[in-house]
Design a protein around this ligand. Structure first.
Ligand code: PEP
Ligand code: MN
Length: 355
């Protein structure tokens, strides 16, 4: 299965740095038969503090153009302003990405999209800094509505104050929900900005691939310890190639796999139908209980009864912490919804046990 692979430094710092990184990347990739899709580099860096390295601007575009010609490698750049697009167009940038601090704002997204003349040009939408699926989804819809034919999503994690190991929490359910909403839009994982530290990159990349993501955008620098931004999270070209070779990317034998999946999916569909019917029956039973409570003036919430239910199920899950967590969440939802249904029965003057 072919994956979209994007590699390159966090920021373009000098022509020598770009050439050294691109040269090593291309040589090692060729030797290892790894196919790179784009060389990335930030030209304008959205840094939190103004006194840190904010990118060198337009002159980096000329260096990137030279890299593109020398190594025949398409280049992609972050654009955060219509003027950035105008400049990138002058230097033949092949693809754009909108960063996490840009996709938070629908006005900016629209202005930047309007500035891109060629609607065939690939545009990648990074998730917004906050865990806001609707906003990320909205940026993709805006690009699709504007007629862009190659829209991609980039998952770079979400800034949460209680995440203390990774730089940005992956909150996998958000990219998974996006993929379910837009199965045709390639989803690329940016493990560098999720991790903030290169030691976690292999694990996060593999999780992303296991979820079926369509590619990786990884920060790569020929000498990461000298990098002017994000030094801790950048890989050397050799580390990047080793990473790609170590990942379990998936099989090419689509037909056999599809057959196997079809059998299992049919089974799942059957089980889901049964679950759905049982849940409906459960709700009807809960309403019947509510009618008895209503008649006898008993409150809906019966903590001791509910605790017994939870305890009974939790015993079954003791050996499996993941299942235990699921069961706990599931039972909570079930209980909440059941209480809601019972409230409705109690509030409905027309419903009595003898109806
Ligand atoms: C980047 O990719 O260089 C970058 C700044 O990313 P993000 O917008 O995800 O922080
Ligand atoms: Mn960076």
């Amino acid at each position: 299965m072919k994956k979209i692979l994007i590699a390159g430094p966090c920021a373009a710092e000098s022509e020598a740095q770009l050439f050294a990184t691109a040269e090593q990347l291309c040589t090692l990739a060729r030797e290892s038969r790894v196919e790179l899709s784009y060389f990335r580099a930030g030209v304008w860096k959205p840094r939190s503090h103004p006194d840190t390295f904010c990118g060198v601007g337009e002159k980096a575009l000329a260096w990137l153009q030279a890299v593109r010609e020398r190594f025949q490698l398409p280049i992609c750049v972050e654009v955060a302003h219509p003027e950035h697009v105008e400049l990138c167009e002058k230097y033949g940038v092949d693809a754009y990405w909108l960063g996490a601090r840009t996709t938070v704002n629908p006005f900016w997204v629209e202005e930047i999209l309007k500035a891109i003349p060629d609607k065939q040009k690939p545009v990648m939408m990074k998730n917004p800094v906050t865990p806001d699926l609707a906003c990320w989804q909205g940026s993709i819809e805006r690009a699709l509505n504007a007629g862009f034919t190659q829209v991609m999503a980039v998952h770079r994690g979400f800034a949460l104050s209680n995440e203390n190991v990774l730089r940005n929490a992956p909150i996998w359910e958000i990219p998974v929900a996006l993929k379910l909403k837009f199965p045709e839009v390639p989803l690329i994982c940016d493990p560098s900005h999720i991790c903030g530290d290169k030691q976690f990159i292999p694990e996060i990349s593999q999780i992303a691939l296991n979820y079926g993501c369509d590619g990786l955008m990884v920060e790569v620098h020929h000498a990461p310890e000298e990098a002017l931004s994000d030094a801790k999270q950048q890989l050397t070209p050799q580390e990047f190639i080793t990473l790609i070779r170590s990942l379990h990317i998936g099989t090419d034998d689509a037909s056999q796999v599809e057959n196997l999946l079809m059998i299992e999916r049919t089974m799942i569909e059957h089980i889901d139908n049964q679950i759905s019917n049982l849940l409906k029956k459960r709700m009807i039973t809960a309403e019947n209980i509510a009618l008895v409570k209503k008649e006898n003036n008993i409150p809906i919430l019966q903590p001791s009864q509910w605790n017994k239910v939870v305890e009974r199920y939790q015993k079954e899950a003791l050996q499996d912490p993941c299942y235990q967590k699921f069961l706990e969440e599931f039972l909570n939802i079930l209980h909440r919804y059941s209480l809601e249904r019972q409230q409705n029965v109690l509030n409905d003057k027309n419903r009595t046990k003898d109806e």
